[in-house]
Each structure stands twice: as C-alpha cells, then as structure tokens.
Design a protein around this ligand. Sequence first.
Ligand SMILES: [Zn+2]
Ligand SMILES: [Zn+2]
Length: 246
Amino acid sequence: MPTQTYFELLEMLQAEAHPGRPGRHRHVCPVCRLTHQGVDRFMQLISLEKVTDVDMRLQLRAAGGFCNRHSYQWLKLNDALGTAIIYEDLLNEATKRIEKGDFQARRSGLFGRQAAPGNPFSPCPVCLHQEEIENRVAHDFAEGFAEQPRFREAYAGPGVAGLCLPHFRRVAARLDGAVAEEFANRQQEKFGATRQMLRQIIDKMDAGRKLEQHDEAAKQAARSIGEEREALTRAIWQMAGLEDIS
Ligand SMILES: [Zn+2]
Ligand SMILES: [Zn+2]
C-alpha cells in the first residue's frame, strides 16, 4: 500500500525528470531531502512542545545533550526560552556527574592501572530519530521501486540524479533478484552521467594547460566551465549524502 512518503518521493522524481513543470525539482538525493525535512520538523517539535516533556528531558540527560551537529541546528532555531530551560537542566546534570566522579579514570587491577573512561552517554535523540526516518524512507523507496512501474519509470528519467551512495545502499539492501539488478543498473547510469561531466571539466583544464604559448584569454576560454559545474557538488553528495545527513 503506497504511503504518503511514497507519493512524496514519486513527486520529487517526476519534478526532477521534467524540470519544465512547476514545482520543486532540485537535483538532490530524494531520501536525503525527506530526511532533512523530517529532522527539521522533529527539532521544531521539540522546541514547540517537548522542552518540558519528561521523556525528552530524560533522553537529553542520558545523551549529555544533542550531538555536535544537532546542537548547532538547535541553536539556529533561536529558541531562547527552550535553550535556557534545556541547557540549565543539562549543565546541572553534568555538574552532578562531575561531583560523583563519573568522568574520572577508574583504578583497577593489582597495580592500580588507570582504565580510560568509556563514553558515558547514550546516542543523541535527534540522531536516533533521523535513523528511524532514513529507514522508513528507504523502505518506502524500495517498495515503490519493486512494486510500482511508474515509480521505476520516474527514477529512470535521464534528468533524475539518483540517490547518494549511503541511501543507495540502504535501498539496495531491501531488494533482490531482477529488481535489485535493475536498481543497480539505474544507479550506475546516474553515476555515469556525473562522471561524464567531471571528465569534461578535466579535459577542459588539460586543454587550457596545453595552450601555454597562447595568450591568457585563450587559456581562460578553454578552461571555462559551463553547465557541467553542477557535477562538482553532485559528485560530493552522490558519494557522501547531503550536508548534515549520514
Ligand atoms: Zn541520500
Ligand atoms: Zn544528533
């Protein structure tokens, strides 16, 4: 049964395949985009409703606050009261733990060797939530690809830049047989298109170098990068995922 996430994914792929149509059609991994949106929404929810929520309070205490990345995302929400309430509690908790000696190396064994203290914190609650979103979206993507011909057709569109490698892996792990093979072939085409654009850039730079005896203007002209410039950022997210994801 197609979910709302499935339809969101389909809409993104169709918009990418037909950039003339109105709507959003950025060339970016759709799983990254939905994950980004989900994380943003979750942080806003914490700010609006969960600052004094007991469960969230306990999770944040156990985690020693948000992880580094999500701490700075939180700061960008500009929630003065929420930040003051959450961080008064976190600093208070950290102070108590210092008092108890929680972060001290432990003496152990006959000769009193120091054992390095392990990480005393549980994972960041936003990271845990992000993991849930990524799994759900990858699941719906895989199901859509396996079961819906129009989803497969939309994904095959030459304008569609495809998934990043981390999300390709998540989806591929959920497919098998002929469908898995087709999915892998599509992804190779997407990476191939980027490689072609990168090759154009390398060739232009080479051509510029070979014009040594020519004037500077001719060199500049030979080196000027056009539409293929997009491949530089595309190659980065195709390998690593969007910034702040994975
Ligand atoms: Zn991605
Ligand atoms: Zn985090």
